[in-house]
Design a protein around this ligand. Structure first.
Ligand SMILES: [Zn+2]
Ligand SMILES: [Zn+2]
Length: 407
């Protein structure tokens, strides 16, 4: 009895660590997005690339998720994703007794088989390499064989998920990450801020070494309901690709309430074509922006083309022949509600310093220009986009003014 109790206590203490990670991914991140309709996530292609919507971190009952992989496929199609990765924990297998799966590729295969013929959804094979701090969790995606990333020659410990984790995770983290890199995987550091509890994330010696050897390519900056400016800064400082994911364990509908306008965090990937290989290439080259709540987060060089494609100044004209009040019309082709902060020399008539352009909508704003201008360069700071922690990009709209002399 006593031994049994000790085991249960151990389970609770250990389980809370793992569950703390899972819970961080579960809070609702509902955000109205006033889309053109439905729940599909929609952003326009840029001038040079296709914009693909990708979630690189999901779980099913094959590790510690609570649904069958086919549900992940249905959710991905409903959310208008171009691709998603199924990334089971390799070492943390709480359902091991009920769903034994000696082949760690099984969740991916089941997901692949669940894609209906009418869908062109891309399913990416992945795994979550699961260790305690300071290593933390890392996802390897675009892998060929998940079995090669697990400690070789050691069978799972039946009926004891904790002991199984200890045994499997005893394999050096370096070995697992090296095995992933030998499969040309895109490897990213997950929810680093959860691993460190109250502390701010700092890059560790292990991650520096992995980076130096070319084994680490990205870092999550948004996971479920949470965002980490420290992790975004690490991405910028170390040339890592910023990643935003759902890390969903339950149902997307429970966590994000998409019927009320919420959405999961995703990467908007700027790819040369719509294929798994092109998505991998773009991620390796860092060509992506994270879409989290109503925020676009990424490097300036990738943010700028996305903003130009998403929001356009379509018309500028004075209200009347003798007026100094200019009407400017913006067209928003994206799911983001843009918050434009006025950096021009002119003042808004019907707004203070910030005007909002709702998702998939046109809005006309009024500006007092003080005199009749023939052309303008209008600068706005985009307050719902981040190109560094606390730094918003600004956009200059160059426009001629329609001639009203005939009216
Ligand atoms: Zn994790
Ligand atoms: Zn996970």
């Amino acid at each position: 009895m006593q031994a049994k109790f000790a085991t249960i206590t151990g389970f609770v203490a250990f389980g809370s660590l793992i569950i703390a990670v899972a819970v961080s991914a579960h809070g609702p991140a509902s955000q109205p997005r006033g889309s053109a309709g439905g729940r599909a996530i929609e952003f326009p292609d840029t001038a040079s690339h296709q914009t693909l919507v990708v979630d690189l971190h999901t779980h099913s009952a094959f590790s510690d998720g609570h649904v069958w992989p086919g549900i992940r496929v249905g959710e991905a199609i409903a959310d208008g994703l171009d691709a998603f990765a199924i990334t089971e924990h390799l070492e943390w297998q709480p359902h091991l007794d009920d769903i034994p799966h000696p082949d760690r590729n099984r969740a991916y295969q089941v997901a692949l088989e669940a894609v209906p013929e009418t869908s062109d959804l891309i399913v990416i094979a992945g795994s979550e390499i699961t260790r305690q701090a300071p290593f933390g969790h890392m996802n390897a995606v675009f892998i060929r064989d998940a079995n090669a990333l697990v400690r070789p020659g050691v069978p799972p410990v039946p009926f004891d998920a904790i002991e199984n984790f200890r045994t499997a995770a005893a394999w050096p983290t370096e070995s697992a990450v090296q095995a992933a890199s030998e499969q040309n995987a895109f490897v990213f550091w997950n929810h680093s801020w959860s691993e460190f509890a109250n502390r701010k994330t700092e890059i560790t010696e292990f991650h520096r070494n992995a980076l130096k050897r070319g084994w680490l390519h990205g870092i999550e900056i948004a996971n479920g309901a949470t965002y980490s400016p420290e992790s975004f800064q690490i991405a910028l400082d170390h040339g890592l690709t910023p990643v935003g994911v759902s890390d969903v364990h339950n149902l997307i509908d429970w966590d994000y309430v998409p019927h009320e306008g919420g959405h999961r965090p995703v990467n908007l990937v700027f790819a040369k074509e719509r294929s798994s290989a092109a998505i991998r290439e773009a991620l390796m080259e860092g060509r992506t922006v994270v879409w989290y709540r109503n925020e676009l987060i990424g490097r300036q060089e990738h943010m700028a083309p996305l903003l130009s494609a998403s929001i356009e100044l379509t018309r500028a004209a004075y209200r009347r022949a003798d007026s100094h009040v200019l009407e400017i019309t913006f067209s928003n082709r994206s799911d983001a509600e843009f918050e434009l902060e006025n950096l021009t020399d002119h003042t808004f008539v019907r707004n203070t310093r910030v005007a909002r352009i709702p998702a998939h909508a046109e809005r006309t704003l009024l500006l007092r220009t003080g005199s009749r201008l023939k052309k303008l360069g209008l600068e706005f700071r985009i307050r719902n986009a981040l190109i560094a922690p606390g730094t918003h990009p600004s956009v200059v709209f160059e426009t001629g003014v329609e001639d009203h002399s005939g009216s």
